[in-house]
Write a new protein. Structure first.
Length: 137
């Protein structure tokens, strides 16, 4: 991950925040960001790079893929003017080939994570309570 982070910082020197979503997944990490800053995190469901096999397994198990551990991934908040350059820099690295913009940060609703659904609606993404699956490592 070090090389990937270096590529990110080179393209987006004003990177404001960086996290590993291993524990609690994207949903939990974004809730921690919203809680700690008082800002809103707005995720775009259609932009989330969820592998079809993972989506299928989550569906069978009744688990929201937003809370599944993401080993070897990172989430970053970068300035809007640097976002495209950051994604392109990450994609040039073999470990970042699937890098995408998944949402944005807003002032409102304060301290909340919102998911824009593929149906055109929105839903609140709450903080994960408990573990959806026991960890085996």
């Amino acid at each position: 991950m070090t090389e990937l982070v270096e590529a990110l910082f080179s393209a987006a020197p004003s990177t404001r925040w960086l996290r590993d979503p291993t524990r609690g997944g994207v949903g939990t990490v974004c809730n921690e960001l919203a809680h700690d800053t008082g800002l809103a995190v707005v995720l775009d469901e259609s932009a989330l790079p969820i592998d079809p096999a993972v989506a299928g397994a989550c569906d069978l198990l009744g688990i929201d893929p937003l809370y599944v551990a993401n080993e070897g991934k990172l989430l970053a908040v970068v300035a809007a003017k640097e976002a495209d350059a950051a994604v392109e820099a990450l994609r040039r690295h073999p470990l970042g080939a699937n890098a995408v913009l998944i949402g944005d940060i807003r002032a409102e609703p304060q301290g909340i994570v919102v998911l824009r659904t593929s149906f055109g609606g929105t839903r609140i993404v709450d903080m994960l309570v408990g573990d959806p699956l026991p960890r085996i490592c």
